[in-house]
Design a protein around this ligand. Sequence first.
Ligand SMILES: Cc1cc2nc3c(=O)[nH]c(=O)nc-3n(C[C@H](O)[C@H](O)[C@H](O)COP(=O)(O)OP(=O)(O)OC[C@H]3O[C@@H](n4cnc5c(N)ncnc54)[C@H](O)[C@@H]3O)c2cc1C
Length: 459
Amino acid sequence: MSPQKTNELAGQKIIISGGGIGGASGALALALRGADVTLYERHYEFREVGAGLQIGPHGVKMLEKWGLKEKVVAGGFLPERMQFRDGVTSEPILTMNFDEEFIERYGAEYLVIHRSDLLNLLVEAAKEAGANLVNGTMVTGADDHGDGVTVHLADFDTEKPYDDVECDMLIGFDGTHSIFRKLIVEDDPVPSAYVAYRGTSKIAEEPDPEVANLKDVRGHIGPRCHFIQYPLRGGELLNQVAVFQSPRYLDALTNGTEVPEDWGNNEEFKNAFGHTHDNVKGRLKNMWLDTWWQMADREPIKNWVASDRIIVMGDAAHPPLQYLASGAVMAMEDSECLALFASEAAAKGELNWPEVLREVSAERAPRCERIQTTGRFWGELWHVDGISRLIRNELFREAERTGWFIYADWLWDYDASRREYLNDPSKGQLPEEIREWEYNLHKIARQRDEGKSANELTI
Ligand SMILES: Cc1cc2nc3c(=O)[nH]c(=O)nc-3n(C[C@H](O)[C@H](O)[C@H](O)COP(=O)(O)OP(=O)(O)OC[C@H]3O[C@@H](n4cnc5c(N)ncnc54)[C@H](O)[C@@H]3O)c2cc1C
C-alpha cells in the first residue's frame, strides 16, 4: 500500500550526496513530505556489492512507513527465528523466535533481503515520490552561505566540473569515506582485523537437507570466526557469510610492521576454519573467492552537523562493525528522523534548518554511538575462545531460559518520534556494567601509535 504523500516540505530544495541505501531512503522519506529532492550518485548505476542484508524490526518499521512493506516481504524472506550455535560443536546455544510475541513487542517482523533488491525498491519508490535521482555525477564540495548551500559537482569519469547548484540543505550520505565527515572530524577507519567472505547459492541445488530446509538466520560463532547463513528471495537463494580474524593483520599490528594490503586473502581463508564444526568448514566451497571485505568501523562522533545546513548521515556518520546487523537500518532511521523532525517543524510554521539538523544530530548520534560500541562488544563475545567461550555459551543458554528480550529492546524497540536520546543522551552509553570495557584492537593500535610496546595483546 502506498503511503499518503504530504506537503509540509514543499518548496524546500534538498540535495543528497550518495545513492546507497542511506541516500535512497533519505530521498524517499523527504520526497514523501513534499520536498524537492535531488540525489547525486557518482556511479553510473545504483548498485550494492554483496548479497544478503538483515533488516530487524527497527528497519522494517521504516519500510512500512514508506509503503514498501508488502514489496520487501514479497521479494525477501521472513525467517522463523535467529539461532546462535557454538562454532566448534554446532550445538544451539540461543534461539530467538520471530513469532507473534516478537512482532507484537517490536511492532514488525524480522526480514532478510538481497541488498540490490532493497536498493532498487528504494530507488524506484523515491522516483515515484518525485525525487530526482542523478547518476554519474560526483559531489565535490559545498559552501554553506547562511541562506542556503552552493553545491559543487563534477563528472565522475572525467572529473570535469559541472555548474554549481543551490539548495536549502545538503545531506552527506556519501559512505564511510565521506568528504563531508572531514568537515567535522579528521579520523581514520578503525580496522578490526576481521575479514568477511560472502557467497550465495541456489537452495534447490543444496545436497544437505538441513540447509535446504533452512528457515532461520543461523550463526555459528567463534573462536576467532563466525559463519552466518540465511535464505533469500523467498527461499530461492542461500546467503552465507564467513568471517575470521586475519593472522597477518594481527602479526603486523603486534610487531609494528606494515600491514600487508591483502590481509585476509584466500590463503588465510583456507586455514581459518580448521577448528570449526563440519557444518561450518564443510560449507566454505560456496563462498566467492575473488572479493573479501576487510572489516572496519570508525569512532563514534557526537555531532553530525558539518555546518548550519549540511549534515552527514548513514555510514558517513556512523560506520559500524556488522555484528548487530544495523548499519543500513541506522541509515534508514536517520532518513525518517530527519524527514519527521523537519516536517513537524514546517507544519508549525517553524522550519529552521540549523535547528532541525542540530535536533536530528542530538537524537541520532547517541543512538548510533550505542549501536557502534555495543556492536564491537557483541562481536568480541562471538569470537572468544577457551574458558570465555564456555562461559559465553552458558550465558546465552541462560538468556534463552530467562528471556532475551531485555537485551534487545533498546535496539529493536526504537521510534525517533519519541525523541528518546534527545531527552536522555546517556542512553547512548554502553550499560553501566560494561562501560569500562574498551575495544581491544583499537587500544593496541593506539599503543603502537604512541610508540609503546604492543605486547599487551591478549586474545
Ligand atoms: C559484511 C557486512 C554485512 C552487513 N550486514 C548488514 C545487515 O545485515 N544489516 C544492516 O542493516 N547493515 C549491514 N551492513 C552495513 C550496511 O551495509 C551499511 O551500513 C550501509 O549499506 C551503509 O549505507 P550508506 O548509504 O550510508 O553508505 P554506502 O552504501 O557506502 O553508500 C554511499 C554511496 O555514496 C556514493 N558516493 C560516495 N561519495 C560520493 C560523492 N562524492 N558524490 C556522489 N556519490 C558519492 C557511493 O558511490 C555510494 O553509492 C553490513 C556491512 C558489511 C560490510
